[in-house]
Design a protein around this ligand. Structure first.
Ligand SMILES: [Zn+2]
Length: 149
């Protein structure tokens, strides 16, 4: 079993703040999300988590993902017509969805947030920006489905 990292101490604290106990299974699901930050679906997380912990159930994975979202440790990424995906990158960023291969890429904001290309009415104060971008990968190597066209 892995020793508790500072991240996992943060996990225990955040779970406790939401009235939840740290369990080996919750820790394992969280570590699975940190290991591969490719915005997996709940099914992907289940399959990956199961590889190292065969006894873990689908329900436990779903409930843990739910708890981690409520704790603010991961974010849900919703792309129309497909299953909810999960993002463990807590830095402010937006998502680029490739319509060809289905991959979701993190896109960071430039440092100067005043430069957002949005005309926000003066009476509205943004506290969080969620932007999603659709398109396709420019490199066929990174986007296998596109290469077939
Ligand atoms: Zn992300």
């Amino acid at each position: 079993m892995k020793t508790a990292t500072s991240e996992n101490k943060g996990l225990a604290r955040k779970l406790a703040d939401s009235g939840l106990r740290m369990t080996t299974q919750r820790e394992h699901v969280y570590n699975t999300l940190l290991e591969q930050t490719d915005h997996p679906s709940a099914d992907d997380v289940y399959l990956r988590a199961k590889a190292d912990m065969p006894e873990i159930s689908m329900a436990t994975v779903y409930n843990t993902l739910d708890a981690l979202v409520k704790c603010g440790l991961i974010k849900q990424v919703n792309v129309e017509r497909s299953a909810t995906r999960y993002c463990s990158n807590l830095k402010e960023h937006c998502h680029f969805f490739c319509e060809e291969c289905g991959n979701i890429h993190d896109v960071n904001f430039k440092k100067d947030k005043g430069a957002l290309p949005l005309r926000i009415p003066k009476h509205l104060i943004p506290t969080q920006v969620d932007i999603s971008i659709r398109g396709h990968c420019s490199n066929p190597v990174n986007c296998p489905n596109r290469a077939e066209n």
